[in-house]
Each structure stands twice: as C-alpha cells, then as structure tokens.
Write a protein that binds this ligand. Structure first.
Ligand code: C2E
Ligand code: MG
Ligand code: MG
Ligand code: MG
Length: 285
C-alpha cells in the first residue's frame, strides 16, 4: 500500500527528521512551563581589560537545566522561545536577574562589573524595552553604567526609526550598547557611524582568523583601528589561546572574553574572582 500511495515518501522516511521534530515539540512544551515557573539561571563570563588584566565586565548567559532533558543550551532554546512568543517574558526575567546581581555586587563591593545582557530581536523591536530597562534599574537601585545591552548586527540593518530611538534613549540613560557577533553578518562600518553604539564584539570565528587566515591579524587590526576612529570600543570573543590574547593586546583590542581567561561562571564563582580586585578598590578599614 505504501508503494502505491506515494511509496517514495515511505521509503525515504527520514527518522532523523522525525526525531528532531519530536524533540522540538517536547522542548516547546517544557520551555513554556520553564518560562512560567522562571526555572532558569544566569552564568557570567568575565571580560578582561587587556591593558590592566582586570575584570571590567561580565556577559550574562542564560542557562536551563531540565530534570529530564538535562542541560539545554541557549543556542537551541532561545530561537524556540522567540518562535513561541516567549522571549519578551524570558528577556524580562534576564533583565531583572542581572540587575539583582549588580545590586548584590554593589552592596558587597561598592561597585559592580558592567553586566552585559543579550537582547533578542523581538525584545529590541518591542516599544516597551526602554521602560523595562529603566524600571528594572530603578527597582534594584542600580546605576545605568552597571549594565550593557548586546544586540546583533542584523537588527541594525532593519534601520527602523523605532529601533534607533530605543537605542538612543537607552544610551541617554547611560546604558551602553554593544554589537554582538560582529563580522559574521553584513558588518559594515558605514552603518556603525550612524548608529548609537559604544562597543563591538568581534565574533569568535573572526578571532580565529588571527592564526588561520593569511594576514588574519592585519584584518583584525584594521577593524580595531576603524572602530577606534569612530570612538567605538572593541571586545574580542572566543579567545581560547594565549597567543591570540597576546596578539589582540598588541593590536590594541580593548577587552577580551573567552575560555583562555574564563569559562562562564556561577554568580558565586564570579564573586570570588572579583574579590581580590575589589579589595584594591576598597581597602579594608
Ligand atoms: P553570544 O552572545 O555570542 O555568547 C557567547 C557564546 O560563546 C556563549 O555561548 C559562550 O559560552 C561561548 N563562549 C565563550 N567563550 C568561548 C570560547 O572561548 N570558545 C567557544 N567556542 N565558545 C565560547 P552560550 O552561553 O551557549 O550562548 C550562545 C548564544 O545564546 C549567545 O551567543 C546568545 O546569542 C544566546 N544567548 C545566551 N543567553 C541569552 C540571553 O539571556 N538572551 C538572549 N536573547 N540570547 C542569549
Ligand atoms: Mg552576547
Ligand atoms: Mg557573541
Ligand atoms: Mg554568538
């Protein structure tokens, strides 16, 4: 019967594809539950100022561990949350959690590394974003300089008045804006000159080009120089080797993030990493 009624479909039935769609359905159900119950944590990956070797910032990274599924990475569940229309809710949770953590660091150390929060496309398109950020900062009594928003460059190409207004207002408030994964899409310095941006994060694929592509380091150097000419700071992502870290420092890169310096940490581990540095800033009485 199978061969008469379009047997090709039966013979070529793709079990891999079916397994994928089963997992996807499963994820959707469990993710809805998890968002509702706020069953997430944040990891914090230090960003090191290359000139001083100090931790000046940390990127907040969503973590989800389900009792049955195990750990699911944000590269898998963030796009699902986007599709399900859950990203605004999840994003608000991240914003609150990050501000709460900054408030804890402020109470403990008198200062906080700037916490960089990833903002998804739907969050940035939402008119409520500015108000959400402003009220989270107020609720936790955290100065705007303690957080930073990372957005992807694709969004800037949309170039809508509303997105530009939101970014401009956030910056007026004192929240820094970083372009994430710079160099993976249609990166162009032409648009950077017109956008309210404080920092670019050079994508790890480009960082790897330092040693894997002929003249790779000259290319990175040119990007760093062009960014600086526009008064934009540069952070390198995915720095995994000492050689890359050293070369980036020589090329004038401002900050770096990657496994060479530190994996993403729990809040407690970040606090431990900050402790010696903070005693310098606030000597004990
Ligand atoms: P991203 O914002 O570009 O974050 C950097 C990713 O690179 C993180 O993966 C980090 O763990 C990983 N990474 C850091 N250093 C190294 C390194 O030296 N080598 C390698 N190979 N990888 C490194 P993670 O945590 O799995 O996050 C993946 C992506 O998920 C993020 O990319 C971001 O786009 C998204 N994401 C994570 N948290 C959030 C969030 O709170 N909101 C939104 N909207 N997206 C998030
Ligand atoms: Mg990021
Ligand atoms: Mg990135
Ligand atoms: Mg990325």
């Amino acid at each position: 019967a199978a061969s008469r009624a379009g047997g090709g479909i039966m013979r070529h039935f793709d079990f891999g594809l079916q397994a994928q769609s089963v997992r996807r359905n499963h994820l959707e159900v469990l993710l809805r539950e998890a968002v509702q119950a706020q069953r997430f944590t944040l990891a914090y990956q230090p960003q090191i100022e290359l000139r001083s070797g100090r931790i000046t910032r940390a990127e907040t990274l969503l973590r989800w561990r389900h009792p049955k599924l195990g750990t699911v990475g944000p590269s898998e569940f963030v796009p699902v949350a986007e599709d399900l229309g859950l990203m605004n809710e999840l994003g608000s949770w991240v914003l609150e959690a990050a501000c709460q953590q900054a408030a804890l660091f402020l109470a403990k150390f008198g200062n906080s590394p700037s916490l960089a929060i990833n903002i998804s496309p739907t969050q940035l398109r939402d008119r409520k974003l500015y108000g959400l950020v402003a009220s989270a900062l107020e609720r936790w009594n955290v100065p705007p300089s303690c957080i930073e928003l990372e957005i992807t460059e694709g969004l800037l190409l949309e170039n809508t008045r509303q997105v530009i207004d939101t970014l401009q207002n956030l910056r007026k408030l004192g929240v820094e804006i970083a372009i994430d994964d710079f160099g993976t899409g249609y990166s162009s310095f032409a648009y950077l000159a017109h956008f309210p941006v404080d920092r670019i994060k050079i994508d790890q694929a480009l960082v790897r080009a330092i040693s894997s592509v002929k003249n790779g380091d000259a290319i990175i150097g040119a990007i760093i120089n062009m960014a600086h000419a526009l008064d934009i700071k540069v952070t390198a992502e995915g720095v995994e080797t000492a050689a890359h870290a050293r070369r980036l420092a020589e090329l004038g890169c401002d900050e770096a993030q990657g496994y060479w310096f530190s994996r993403p940490l729990t809040a407690q581990a970040l606090e431990n990493a900050l402790t010696p540095f903070s005693w310098e800033e606030n000597p004990p009485p």
